[in-house]
Design a protein around this ligand. Structure first.
Ligand code: THU
Length: 161
């Protein structure tokens, strides 16, 4: 038996001004997108924004449903729309934030497992790192790629015989 340790690295910022202008613009879009989330059941609004290599920013937010599992998270709404509208444009960065009880979250919210899997598909598809910016009011976390958030991941490589 041998024990294998996996290490991930996260950059943490306590002030948005420490990030680049492009990142700040994307964060503002994610914050704006929270306001149009449809979350009457959880009252937890999530906003996402995806920057593509063609310069476009694609918006998304969570869309809930009375049949709970039929709803979709903000990250997947944004990424699926990005890939459907601009299938050839490489997504470079996704920013995500959330609001509840009238306040943006103090600490960043990490994407759920299904969203990580979907983001990983995009990273594999374009063979290029997809940065993730998780935004809280007190802290911003930046991951250099999706693989860092989903180690030991399943991807299309395993389907090849
Ligand atoms: N949600 C997201 O949109 N993204 C996440 O990363 C976590 C959770 C949504 C799903 C649901 O509408 C609400 O937040 C509560 O789980």
């Amino acid at each position: 038996m041998k024990e294998v340790e996996l290490k991930i690295s996260i950059q943490e910022y306590d002030n948005v001004n420490e990030l680049s202008n492009d990142d700040q613009v994307l964060i503002e879009r994610a914050k704006r997108n929270v306001e149009t989330a449809y979350s009457p059941y959880s009252h937890f609004g999530v906003g996402a924004a995806v920057l593509l290599d063609n310069g476009e920013i694609i918006d998304g937010n969570n869309q809930e449903n009375a049949a709970y599992p039929s709803g979709l998270c903000a990250e997947r709404v944004a990424m699926f729309y990005a890939n459907s509208k601009y299938p050839k444009a490489k997504p470079l960065t996704i920013a995500v934030t959330a609001k509840t009880k009238g306040h943006f979250v103090a600490n960043p919210i990490p994407p759920c497992g299904s969203c990580r899997q979907v983001l990983l598909e995009t990273e594999s598809r374009f063979k290029s790192d997809l940065r993730i910016i998780l935004v809280g009011e007190n802290k911003i976390q930046v991951l250099k790629n999706v693989k860092s958030l989903l180690p030991l991941s399943f991807d299309g490589g395993f389907l090849k015989v």
